[in-house]
Ligand binder design. Structure first.
Ligand code: AMP
Ligand code: TRP
Length: 331
């Protein structure tokens, strides 16, 4: 059976981008057709300045939202990365497989480290090594497929390179995984700046729809979305980034084709109104389930405990075999 692994970092409240670009497909497709693991990858949240209490809170919230969105512990494994030691054990072996040069070439590292330096912040070493830990997350489970948004392609490529290199040097140990992407809305853009990704760690929330935003906030943010000059509703990422983003969101919410939808509108206002309603309806059941689960945190903790146990039992033999292959004495 195909093995799938993916994760979400608890660095902020989950957004519509996380849902349309990742979570929805995990729920609707992946957990049914494969042996899937979905993780709150909390160790990755420590690569930038962080507040311990906030990371704790966001980790619990992300796990609760993953279940509220419909991940079913009877079908897949939901767990918190730091509960399974195998990830950091394997990460070190992969640090001994990766090169300094290839890590410094990662676009996300270049962008994030430049931004941090520009604002006078220090850059944590773990920001550089982060894709190696991500590779360990994936390879520890002999994963076949990694469903992620477009922004993660380069990290999955690196994971493939490391798996191939390790296998070649030390004998076949890892499955070489591949990234998979949702057909539309692989990249939901910020409503106030449609040329940059809707990301949960952005400073201002005006362009970001959070999964737990109330109905009024969702409507307001979408109605105030930046649109483009001219009046024609056209699907064209370069010439009309704002309108195209709305069309993609609406298409993803209603399972329609964005290009076709473009032809159905003759004003920006109508497109915004329909997009706002579609998002509100999409999020309504998830918010209700989140409230019920948040009130029963014991059951969420139980799911995470069982998930970690299952994940550990899968990863342990793989990581042990990597330890032996690379030349470490068995304990
Ligand atoms: P992150 O928020 O970086 O932890 O990402 C968790 C998952 O959501 C990854 O698979 C990302 O590719 C995906 N994702 C995050 N933001 C967006 C976005 N704006 N559009 C599409 N996918 C996204
Ligand atoms: N780096 C991913 C992101 O920023 C999160 C992540 C960490 C991940 N480990 C992973 C995704 C393993 C897929 C598989 O979105």
């Amino acid at each position: 059976m195909t093995r799938i692994f993916s994760g979400i970092k608890p660095t902020g409240h989950l957004t519509l981008g996380n849902y349309l670009g990742a979570l929805r497909r995990w729920v609707e497709v992946d957990q049914h057709r494969a042996d899937a693991l979905f993780s709150v990858v909390d160790l990755h949240a420590l690569t930038v300045e962080h507040d311990p209490a906030r990371v704790r809170r966001l980790s619990r919230q992300a796990a609760t939202l993953m279940l509220a969105a419909g991940l079913d512990p009877a079908l897949c494994t939901v767990f918190v990365q730091s509960h399974v030691d195998e990830h950091t054990r394997l990460s070190y072996l992969l640090e001994c497989t990766a090169t300094d040069g290839e890590l410094r070439r990662m676009i996300q590292y270049k962008e994030k480290s430049a931004r941090a330096r520009a604002s006078g912040e220090s850059v944590r070493f773990s920001l550089l090594s982060y894709p190696v830990l991500m590779a360990a997350d994936i390879l520890a489970y002999r994963t076949d497929e990694v469903p992620v948004g477009e922004d993660q392609t380069q990290h999955v490529e690196l994971t493939r390179d490391l798996a191939l290199r390790f296998n070649q040097r030390y004998g076949h140990t890892f499955t070489v995984p591949r990234a998979t992407r949702p057909p539309v809305a692989a990249r939901v853009m910020d409503l106030q700046d449609p040329t940059s990704k809707m990301g949960k760690s952005h400073d201002s929330g005006a362009g970001i729809v959070y999964l737990l935003d109330d109905t009024d906030a969702v409507r307001k943010k979408i109605m105030r979305a930046v649109t483009d000059s001219g009046r024609e509703v056209a699907y064209d990422r370069d010439a009309k980034p704002g309108v195209t983003n709305l069309l993609e969101i609406l298409a993803a919410c209603t399972d329609r084709d964005p290009q076709e939808l473009a032809g159905a509108y003759d004003s920006y206002g109508a497109l915004k109104r329909d997009t706002a309603e579609a998002v509100v309806e999409l999020l309504r059941p998830m918010r209700a389930r989140h409230a019920a689960l948040a009130a029963d945190s014991d059951s969420v903790e139980q799911v995470l405990r069982e998930g970690a146990e299952r994940a550990r039992s899968m990863a342990r033999p793989v990581v042990d075999s990597a330890f032996r292959a690379i030349g470490l004495l068995p304990a």
